[in-house]
Design a protein around this ligand. Structure first.
Ligand code: GLU
Length: 311
């Protein structure tokens, strides 16, 4: 990747983001997130040679929310291997990310680990034989190792905020329990899930986190190459909820979004990219984050579906 071109394209993206009028709508069903300034924007890219390029508010912490589902899935696959898939599917979802209807239609087997129901089951699986505190410590340890940064933390005020108002997630948990696909009390599993979603990170830390999925983490394989491949495939097909097809069409990079406005995108062997803009589109994905990744992908021919000469 040509560094001069990369720097120029990042500057173009930043300028365009600052001027954008439609910035989407900040998630307001979690009161703590409703207070975030929609004017924020950051992008950061890690390359295999250890270099990192950033623009905007790349050192400001934000709530990674559903991007955390990558890390819990990585841990669960390591622990259970293919047995994990007895409880969760590997298909894109049809309805909104917290749909009860979708879960009911599938008799309590969530379509994939990246919609809320699937992530709640994933967290539930990590609680087997452990107390919530131990599971949260395990998740945090994984994330800190991935980012090579011991300072990453969980924001308890965001977790408490969601605990009070995340009524949809309570519905999903009770429904899963009714279908025997939740093995702990709803309170226990959701308490853990809300804390995992409340991990705070800067865009620069998040980009460093993605290196294990891009195949160039400095301390080597955090998880097996087979699991990297599985997770990246699911990021491409399910990483943006019911907007995943559109995202693959526009950006073409395996990515995972969160309602905090962050997106982590990984190009195996080439780059780990994080973007943050808090305003969301109708699917719950960062509006300007998607625009920024689309710009980057087009400018540098990064879509995995691209011949590199499609401009
Ligand atoms: N904590 C959020 C929820 O469960 C995560 C959703 C997301 O980031 O997409 O609703």
């Amino acid at each position: 990747m040509d560094k001069a071109t990369l720097t120029r394209v990042l500057d173009d993206i930043h300028r365009a983001a600052m001027l954008a009028e439609d910035r989407g709508k900040v998630a307001d069903y979690i009161p703590e997130l409703a207070r975030i300034d929609p004017g924020k924007f950051a992008m950061s890219i890690c390359l295999p040679d250890g270099s990192q390029y950033s623009v905007g508010d790349a050192q400001v912490e934000f709530s990674i929310q559903s991007v955390s589902k990558l890390f819990t899935l990585a841990i669960a696959l390591g622990r259970y291997g293919d047995r994990f898939w007895d409880r969760v599917g590997r298909e894109p979802s049809t309805f909104v990310f917290n749909s009860v209807q979708e879960l009911e239609a599938r008799q309590g087997i969530p379509p994939n680990p990246f919609v809320n129901a699937g992530a709640i089951v994933t967290t539930d699986s990590l609680l087997v034989g452990a107390q919530p505190k131990e599971t949260l410590a395990e998740i945090l340890q994984f994330v800190r190792l991935a980012a090579s940064d011991e300072s990453i933390f969980m924001d308890p005020s965001v977790a408490q905020s969601e605990k009070r108002t995340g009524h949809r997630n309570w519905s999903l948990a009770y429904f899963l329990r009714a279908c025997s696909n939740l093995h702990h009390d709803c309170e226990l599993t959701l308490g853990t899930y809300f804390h995992q979603c409340a991990i705070a990170m800067t865009c620069e830390q998040l980009a460093r986190c993605g290196r294990f999925l891009a195949g160039f983490h400095p301390t080597g394989g955090l998880i097996s190459p087979a699991h990297v491949r599985s997770i990246n495939a699911l990021m491409m097909t399910c990483g943006h909820y019911d907007g995943s097809g559109e995202f693959a069409y526009r950006v073409g990079i395996p990515s995972k979004s969160g309602v905090g406005g962050g997106i982590l995108a990984v190009l195996p062997g080439k780059a780990s990219i994080a973007v943050w803009s808090p305003g969301l589109d109708a699917h719950g994905n960062s509006l300007l984050g998607t625009v920024a990744l689309e710009h980057l992908s087009n400018a540098l021919g990064l879509s995995v579906f691209s011949l590199g000469s499609d401009r």
